[in-house]
Design a protein around this ligand. Structure first.
Ligand SMILES: [Zn+2]
Length: 355
């Protein structure tokens, strides 16, 4: 009797299941090494030790924590738990494929985690990094890019027969001077110009071009019941200019290639000269930019002792007026950039309540 009790199994003695290859019977054996030989002890009385030369034993590749199989030269096999000891007994380097499969198996959680992190980074970049990069690029662009982009937008809008305003001179002067007082001292205020136009084809509307030109139609002036309502809308348009929404929107909508070009050297923004008017005319400003312009307007109005509620009342009236329905579909995006919405009316009322 030469079997050992399990309690004295050392790290160099392992328990395995041995099949002799002739019968289907599996026997529990204590596996150990003796010089260049592998020994299996069945614990039977009498002939309990079986051995085979290590050099003739094939070991199955390591695959995570799956058991290893030793294929014996006599056709039998021993299955046993993986252990570093087996690497000492069978020191052949695993093939690259085996090593990779093993690496994958052992790191599946780490790999899943890194995939999640990658997705989170991409989402984070789109959410925060891209708008940040767009702002940085927009701040560096020469004013000429904003100007030429704005000229192209105006060319398209002229299809709607923008006519000189028909407001009386005194009324025009009053609106102009109130607007100047409102934006005096604001960032980029020196580039802001109020253009009053008569545009029956557009209806009651106002819009900001990237270079600071702000258009307001006679039709909107007629719809308003007070100058403060008009100033509330102009404050919103000023917000688009202050925050460079025209340029930023085009950059945020650009392909990664255009973006890379802008970051790596296209300081003139030649690619943007085309994409700014295209983005503005087809998509208008993004919801985030509309919200930012609204918030800017509410703060500006409050600083001048005016109420954001004026914004809400004109919005509500615009909702009833359907002046934009006849507008050509191809530029509807831009001209509906100030779609009156309940959400924005509520935001204005909330801003008023917190005065
Ligand atoms: Zn807007």
């Amino acid at each position: 009797m030469r079997s050992m009790p399990a309690s004295i199994l050392g790290s160099d003695v392992m328990e395995g299941q041995w099949s002799d290859g002739r019968s289907s019977r599996l026997r529990t054996v204590k596996v150990s090494r003796n010089g260049d030989w592998l020994q299996a002890d069945t614990g039977d009385a009498g002939e309990s030790i079986h051995d085979w030369p290590l050099a003739y034993i094939r070991i199955s590749p390591r695959l995570g924590r799956t058991p290893r199989t030793l294929t014996l030269p006599d056709g039998g096999c021993i299955e046993l738990a993986d252990s570093p000891t087996l690497d000492e007994w069978f020191p052949r380097p695993p093939s690259r494929v085996e090593a990779f499969a093993d690496w994958l198996e052992r790191r599946k959680y780490a790999i899943a985690a890194s995939a999640l992190i990658t997705v989170a980074l991409i989402v984070g970049f789109l959410q925060y990094g891209l708008p940040w990069a767009a702002l940085k690029i927009a701040e560096r662009l020469p004013a000429s890019v904003e100007r030429s982009a704005s000229n192209q937008v105006v060319k398209v809008l002229e299809r709607f027969h923008l006519q000189p305003t028909e407001l009386p001179d005194a009324r025009q002067q009053a609106l102009q001077s109130q607007f100047k007082r409102l934006v005096a001292g604001e960032p980029r205020a020196d580039q802001m110009r109020l253009n009053l136009v008569n545009a029956a084809g557009i209806g009651p509307n106002a819009f900001a071009l990237p270079d600071g030109r702000i258009y307001m139609t006679d039709q909107l002036v007629e719809l308003a019941e007070s100058d403060d309502e008009l100033l509330a809308v102009l404050a919103h348009e000023a917000g688009h200019h202050v925050h460079r929404h025209g340029v930023r929107g085009a950059i945020e909508g650009s392909s990664v290639f255009v973006l890379a070009g802008l970051m790596l050297g296209d300081a003139t923004g030649s690619s943007l000269a085309v994409s700014i008017p295209a983005t503005l005319l087809s998509n208008g400003f993004s919801r985030d930019h509309e919200r930012e312009a609204d918030q800017y307007a509410f703060a500006l109005l409050k600083r001048h002792g005016k109420s954001p509620r004026d914004f809400a009342t004109l919005m509500a009236r615009l909702m009833k007026a359907h002046g934009m329905e006849d507008v050509d579909g191809s530029v509807i995006g831009y001209l509906s950039t100030h779609p009156p919405s309940q959400e924005r009316v509520r935001a204005a009322e909330a801003a008023d309540a917190s005065r």
